[in-house]
Design a protein around this ligand. Structure first.
Ligand code: CO8
Length: 257
C-alpha cells in the first residue's frame, strides 16, 4: 500500500487507518481515497478484525478534498473518477468504525469522518463544510449524512455559510460521539475499540446494520428489521454464552459464532 495511508494493528482485532499527507493537512487526493478504499475492502476478509479506527495526525484529521488536484478537473473528469465507488467501500465496511479526529475535519474530511459509526474528537478540533468558499459544495455525503445527523436547519447553516465550528458546538449538535482532551483522542479511541472488540461480533454487526439501514427506512420497516436481527441473535452461541455467563456470575467468553 502507498504510504499516503498507513495501517497498523496494535492488536489483531483492531486496525488503525491513518491518513498520511501532513504537508497538505491530509488533503484527500485520489490516491488517498483509492488506497483507503482498498484497505477497507481487504478488512472484510480479515476474520480476526473487530473494529477500525480511522485517524489523521494530532494537527489534522483531513482538511478536505485536495483543492490543487480539483482545480484542474472538469465535470467529465470528476464523473469518470467514480469516487462514489471508493467512498462506498468504507460505507460497506461491516465492522464498527471509530473516527479519531484532531485539528481539522473540513469538507471531504468531515464527510469521511461521517462515514464512521462513532466520532471521537479533541476539544480543539474545528469542523465544517467550507466547500462553498471554493465555489463548490459537499459531494461525499455532506448534504445528506450531515442533515441526518444534525437536522435540516443546522446542516443548511453549515453548508450554506461554510462556517467552521468548534468541537464543543459540534458535540452539542450531535455530530460528535465523545469529546476528549486533544492528547487523549487516540487513547480514548483505543479503549473504545478494545471494549467493542471484546463484545460478541455478530451482535455488533447486527446493531450497526440495523441502525444504518433502519435510519433510511420507514419506522415500521425499521422496527421489523430490528426484530428480525434480534431473533437471529437467539441462534448464536454468543447469546447462549452471554446469558449463561451472566447467570453463573462469570465473565463471558465470546467466540463470534
Ligand atoms: N487541498 C490541498 N491542499 C491543502 C488543503 C486542501 N484541502 N488544505 C491545506 N492544504 C495545503 C495548503 O495549500 C498548504 O500548502 P503549502 O504549504 O504548499 O502552501 C498546506 O496544506 C498547509 O496549509 P495552510 O498553510 O493553509 O495551513 P493552516 O494550518 O494555516 O490552515 C486549514 C489549515 C484551515 C485546514 C487551511 O489549510 C484550509 O482552510 N484548508 C482548506 C479547507 C477547505 O476548504 N476544505 C474543503 C475542500 S473542498 C472539499 O472537500 C470538496 C469535497 C467534495 C467531495 C469529497 C471529495 C473527497
Amino acid at each position: 500500500m502507498a504510504d499516503v495511508v498507513l495501517v497498523e494493528y496494535p492488536d489483531p482485532a483492531i486496525a488503525v487507518v491513518r491518513i498520511n499527507r501532513p504537508e497538505v493537512r491530509n488533503a484527500l487526493n485520489l490516491e488517498v481515497r483509492q488506497v483507503m478504499a482498498e484497505i477497507f475492502r481487504q478488512f472484510v476478509d480479515n476474520e480476526k478484525l473487530r473494529c477500525v479506527i480511522l485517524t489523521g495526525n494530532e494537527k489534522c484529521f483531513a482538511a478536505g478534498a485536495d483543492i490543487d488536484d480539483m482545480s484542474r478537473l472538469e465535470a467529465i473528469d470528476m464523473y469518470l473518477r467514480h469516487t462514489e465507488r471508493l467512498w462506498q467501500a468504507i460505507a460497506d465496511c461491516p465492522l464498527p468504525i471509530i473516527a479519531a479526529i484532531n485539528g481539522y475535519a473540513l469538507g471531504g474530511g468531515l464527510e469521511l469522518a461521517m462515514h464512521a459509526d462513532i466520532i471521537i474528537a479533541g476539544k480543539g478540533t474545528k469542523l465544517g463544510q467550507p466547500e462553498v468558499n471554493v465555489g463548490i459544495m459537499p459531494g461525499a455525503g455532506g448534504t445528506q449524512r450531515l442533515t441526518r445527523a444534525v437536522g435540516k436547519f443546522v446542516a443548511m447553516r453549515l453548508c450554506l455559510t461554510g462556517e467552521i465550528i468548534s468541537a464543543s458546538e459540534a458535540c452539542e449538535m450531535g455530530l460528535i460521539s465523545k469529546l476528549t482532551d486533544d492528547d487523549a483522542v487516540m487513547e480514548t479511541a483505543m479503549e473504545m475499540a478494545s471494549r467493542i472488540a471484546a463484545l460478541p461480533p455478530i451482535a455488533i454487526a447486527q446493531i450497526k446494520e440495523v441502525i444504518l439501514h433502519g435510519t433510511d427506512a420507514p419506522l415500521s420497516a425499521a422496527l421489523a428489521l430490528e426484530r428480525k436481527a434480534l431473533q437471529i441473535l437467539f441462534s448464536s452461541k454468543d447469546k447462549h454464552e452471554g446469558m449463561t455467563a451472566f447467570l453463573e456470575k462469570r465473565k463471558p467468553e465470546f467466540t463470534g459464532k
